[in-house]
Design a protein around this ligand. Structure first.
Ligand code: AMP
Length: 288
């Protein structure tokens, strides 16, 4: 089914060229969208795609519309040659690598918004972020036209927002969520980890430790607010600035303790966190 790994990896920069290639394909087409600076977390998505799809596309595009004015767009890490090596080793056939002008020509004027799941958590602190994400992902899905698209649960809110967009807009694409890949000490792999100083890197595993401890307590049905307050205080004592630490129900990201709302039945909880460690913003979560 899959092609040998020594295949020639094609880099395609134009949507029109991607479309012609796509038209020539038979069999399942898989897609992994990324912003590059690939690490083992991305590689896991690519490996899942390799296992499940006859044809495999990776996109690398640092999407300007999902960055706020004071965020790290210009210094976002770019490691294209290394990314190509990883892509090749993980069985990717085509790397779609469009320019900003290709995706957003000067006349560009259409955006896609999900208006419910994108409101809490990161939505509160990064206005416009998910609007940028839904817009670019829809554009990429329309360009690639995959049968299956692979996303990391490291960005859990993004995953559920996109899933809702696909449902609402009737896209016939299977979304596959891949569990978070972590360093041995528990730190979730992220392209932004390179910003951490050695001292910050040493502290960073506290995020996962704290989430794990809090999740154990929540599973025991102890009262939610004191658990979250204590967890937050512990991180702050280690020098983290905690932007949010919240437990919400899945798949609709509703507050857990809301009783007045007729919530859809949920069987899973998302415990999600965003912190600043120095100037670096890190997110993580557990689903249980
Ligand atoms: P990014 O390049 O950061 O936009 O991420 C591209 C895709 O890789 C997204 O679906 C992310 O959720 C996923 N991803 C990033 N880090 C990890 C990780 N540590 N484990 C699993 N997936 C990840």
């Amino acid at each position: 089914m899959n092609q040998p790994l020594n295949q020639i990896l094609q880099v395609i920069e134009k949507i029109s060229e991607l479309r012609s290639w796509r038209k020539s394909l038979k069999g399942t087409v898989g897609f992994v969208p990324t912003m590059g600076a690939l690490h083992s977390g991305h590689a896991e998505l690519l490996n899942q795609m390799k296992k499940n799809c006859d044809h495999r596309v990776l996109s690398i595009f640092v999407n300007p519309t999902q960055f706020g004015p004071n965020e790290d767009l210009s210094k976002y890490p770019r490691t294209f040659q290394k990314d190509l090596e990883i892509a090749k080793n993980c069985g990717v056939e085509v790397v779609f690598f469009p320019s900003a002008e290709e995706m957003y020509p000067a006349s560009y004027s259409t955006f896609v918004e999900e208006n419910t799941l994108s409101q809490p958590l990161c939505g509160r602190f990064r206005p416009g972020h998910f609007r940028g994400v839904t817009t670019i992902v829809l554009k990429l899905l329309n360009s690639v036209q995959p049968h299956k698209a692979f996303f990391g649960l490291k960005d859990a809110q993004q995953f559920f927002v996109l899933k809702k967009m696909l449902e609402d807009l009737n896209l016939d694409i299977e979304m596959i969520g891949v569990p978070t890949v972590r360093e041995k000490d528990g730190l979730a792999l992220s392209s932004r980890n390179v910003y951490l100083s050695p001292e910050e890197r040493q502290k960073a595993p506290e995020i996962f430790k704290t989430l794990t401890l809090a999740s154990e307590k929540i599973k025991k049905q102890l009262s939610l607010d004191p658990i979250l307050t204590e967890a937050r205080q512990q991180l702050e004592a280690h020098g983290f600035i905690v932007q949010y630490l919240e437990a919400l129900s899945l798949p609709y990201l509703q507050p857990l303790n809301t009783t007045s709302n007729p919530l859809p039945a949920h069987d899973k909880t998302l415990l999600a966190i965003a912190v600043f460690l120095g100037k670096t913003r890190l997110i993580d979560n557990l689903i249980f």
